[in-house]
Design a protein around this ligand. Structure first.
Ligand code: ATP
Ligand code: MG
Length: 577
């Protein structure tokens, strides 16, 4: 297309609200447009790249046997009430009412809708397995929308749902999707790592996140260079510290005025933090949003509590728990802010990290202001209602698989695959009959890709100080012809000839024929990140042009014919990713 007739508006200045490169560059290149916080529109060039990502997704989904459908973003509350998620989903669910006061939500995801489809349409094992997907707009009223397309309130997602007769079938569907995701993200030009992810209270190896490696990513992953262990921090299992030996000493109450933190009490009593334990205090809420009991979680003083593991241990939703008001909780349970220990605590669920029973003679709060107790021992002095791993696997700690020191990396979660099992089919009654006419719940998997987030992740991994450097496969156009002097007949003639030849060869090409200074055109070409630039300037009189790849500094003078041939070759080699 010719730039003189195109709509795009580039910005020289960095927009005030943008902090990370992808957000800054997508705004500066005029590819996205903010409407309100967390809600963005796509301008022509941005939309072309979105459609390319969608096309890659579509091709790989279709090739793996999935079928595309398209459901409404508006979903009736009744389906969510059936699955139990109307209350469990929390404030991210964007709820609305129609004129007759009937309740709806804007779909943050579509498990209920797809389960509803199959419970009506599937009755026999002969119809299984099946995989349905859509590419569609999702809504989540995120607490902190930020970073542009990374965490927005309206975004494009590919969501797929597989339906099988048993676990073995699900394992196969899951493997097929996992492999399709590897191809999709590779074709989009991403450097990524599939990592084990939290799969709620079900546990096991039931979910993977696909993480595009990036310093600005919100996902933290732990991985091991010696073995293949890689998991999100929420999910990563943690090796318990070796049990300590020796006799259990008698408990001793000590006066520790003002030492309400682990650091202070360890200092005060000359202990290592690992010889102490700390308490974290929470209140639970029921489905009606009313307070529903207190929780005290204990981990060793040098550890961090893993909130996801705690929520899974309690088998509640993450929205059903919050930090407790210490005074109110104190009145009900005997805890004392900054001085809470397991001894003397009552009327609350006590969750004890799995390594504490092996740790002898720890120092804990005394449930009494300005006091601690030394030599607290599990079994003799306190017990947990739940004893399980609720701690964070720290960087450098032993890998849970092979014991080598664990490394940390950051990344952007671009996709997730998940074995749902019979969670939705049981609650919503989606069953099939087998050969003997016996009825069983359909076994499900779900598979999401953040299409708009993937666009941002690509920019995050492919840019420099001057702008975006699109991989060919998702670039809005493959080639930009920068015409230095549109008024010069020879130059514009050569540019036009290259433009037509490339178009005939199926190359997507922009011709910058705007009446702008060359400096402006070069800056825009770099900012937009078109992978290949052909500059038509003074050399045109001799049939010469300049050929340059956006990713390389090197420029090469060649004839227009050579530039056309070279561009066609490179584009065809790289366009499918
Ligand atoms: P996150 O942990 O980042 O909030 P999620 O695990 O809740 O994401 P899923 O329910 O797994 O997200 O959704 C599937 C995919 O949709 C994610 O892998 C991500 O790429 C994308 N996605 C989720 N939330 C957003 C959002 N607010 N903005 C843009 N993309 C999103
Ligand atoms: Mg996810």
């Amino acid at each position: 297309m010719k730039c003189s007739t195109m709509h795009f508006k580039t910005l020289r200045e960095v927009p005030a609200e943008a902090e990370i490169p992808s957000h800054i560059l997508l705004l500066r290149a005029g590819m996205i447009r903010k409407l309100v916080s967390g809600v963005y529109g796509f301008m022509p060039l941005g939309w072309r790249s979105i459609r390319k990502i969608e096309e890659i997704v579509r091709q790989e989904m279709d090739a793996s046997g999935a079928q595309e459908i398209h459901m409404s973003a508006i979903q009736p509350a009744e389906l969510w009430q059936e699955s139990g998620r109307w209350s469990a989903y929390g404030p991210e669910l964007w709820r609305l009412r129609d004129r007759n006061d009937r309740e709806f939500c804007l779909g943050p995801t579509h498990e209920e809708i797809f389960t509803d489809i199959v419970r009506h349409d599937i009755s026999s094992y002969r119809q299984l397995p099946m995989n349905l997907y859509q590419i569609q707009t999702k809504y989540r009223d995120e607490a902190r929308p930020r970073f542009g397309l990374m965490r927005s309130r309206e975004f494009i997602m590919k969501d797929a749902y597989s339906f099988d007769r048993d676990e073995a079938g699900l394992d196969e569907s899951y493997r097929i999707m996992y492999e399709a995701y590897e191809r999709i993200f590779t074709r989009c030009g991403l450097i990524f790592r599939p990592v084990e992810a939290d799969s709620g209270a079900i546990g096991g190896s039931n979910s993977h996140e696909f993480t595009a490696l990036s310093e600005v990513g919100e996902s933290e992953i732990a991985y091991c260079e010696k073995c293949s262990m890689a998991a999100t921090i929420e999910r990563a299992e943690c090796v318990n510290a070796k049990a300590t030996d020796g006799p259990e000493l008698p408990m001793e109450e000590v006066y520790t005025p003002g030492s309400s933190t682990i650091e202070a009490v360890a200092d005060d009593l000359g202990l290592d933090k690992s010889q102490t334990m700390k308490a974290l205090l929470f209140v639970k809420y029921n489905e009606e949003g009313q307070e529903d009991g207190y929780v005290a979680a204990f981990v060793r003083g040098d550890r961090e509590l893993n909130m996801t593991k705690l929520v899974n241990a309690l088998d509640i939703s993450e929205h059903a728990i919050a930090f407790a008001d210490e005074e109110a909780m104190g009145a009900a349970t005997g805890c004392v802010g900054g001085f809470t220990g397991p001894v003397g605590l009552h009327d609350c669920t006590i969750v004890v990290d799995s390594e504490l029973p092996g740790q002898k003679n720890l120092c804990a709060g005394a449930c009494k202001a300005d006091h601690h107790i030394k030599n607290v021992n599990y079994g003799r002095d306190y017990r947990g209602d739940i004893v399980t791993d609720i701690k964070v696997l720290g960087e450098g700690e032993p890998c849970p698989v092979c014991g080598a020191p664990v490394k940390y990396a950051r990344g952007i979660e671009v996709g997730q695959v998940f074995k749902l099992g019979a969670k939705y089919s049981e609650s919503m009654g989606a069953c099939y009959k087998d050969e003997k006419m016996e009825s069983y719940p359909i076994v499900m998997g779900c598979y999401g890709i953040g299409v708009s987030r993937t666009l941002a992740a690509v920019v995050e991994q492919h840019h420099d100080d001057n702008g975006i450097i699109w991989p060919m496969s998702v670039a809005p156009y493959h080639v930009i012809i920068t015409l230095m002097k549109p008024d010069d007949e020879i130059q514009s003639g050569v540019a036009e000839r290259i433009y037509q030849a490339l178009r005939e060869a199926g190359v997507e090409v922009m011709l910058d024929d705007r009446k702008e200074r060359p400096g402006v055109k070069f800056k825009d070409a770099d900012l937009l990140g078109i992978p290949l630039r052909i500059t038509v300037g003074r050399g045109a009189a001799e049939g010469m042009v300049e050929y340059k790849l956006r990713r390389d500094a090197e420029r090469t003078d060649m004839t227009a014919e050579e530039a056309i041939a070279e561009a066609v070759r490179v584009v065809n080699e790289e366009r499918h990713g």
